[in-house]
Design a protein around this ligand. Structure first.
Ligand code: CDP
Length: 135
């Protein structure tokens, strides 16, 4: 039996803006925007994995909060989850991504409408819009 690997992504909202990162690879999704993150290592908790990934990819230290409700099956052995995160130290920069940007609710809706979000991440748009409306 293959163990199910988890990909963790960070939903970082501050000042009514959400942090998005633009993928640089693979070609199918290069140029599209995602919640930054990556695969948890075997035995690594989701929270530790997200802290490690955001340190590596954005150069920030985060604390990790509650998960978004939706999770997405990427493959039979890979599931994508999003955890809310809060930046404690550092300014996000694109280390592995092409760019990073903060978007408000209207910009998130527009990116979604024009198909500029990584497909799997579109599942989170309603919840992200709700978060953007209250924080
Ligand atoms: O670098 P690593 O293999 O740890 O992670 P990744 O390549 O960034 O992500 C692993 C898989 O999750 C890829 O298939 C990504 O396209 C997918 N992913 C996603 O669909 N949405 C995200 N927000 C992050 C990753």
């Amino acid at each position: 039996m293959t163990a199910r690997r988890v990909v963790v992504a960070g939903a970082i909202v501050a000042d009514r803006r959400l942090l998005l990162a633009q993928r640089s690879y693979p070609p199918e999704v290069a140029g599209m925007w995602e919640l930054p993150g990556g695969k948890a290592e075997p035995g690594e908790s989701r929270e530790s994995a997200l802290r490690r990934e955001l340190r590596e990819e954005l150069g920030v230290e985060v604390t990790v909060g509650a998960a978004l409700k939706e999770s997405v099956a990427l493959r039979h052995d890979l599931v994508l989850v999003a955890l809310r995160a809060h930046i404690e130290d550092g300014t996000p920069r694109a280390v592995e991504h092409r760019a990073v940007r903060w978007v408000d609710a209207d910009e998130l809706r527009r990116l979604h409408a024009e198909g500029s979000l990584v497909p799997a991440d579109t599942a989170w748009v309603p919840e992200l819009l709700a978060d953007l409306a209250k924080r």
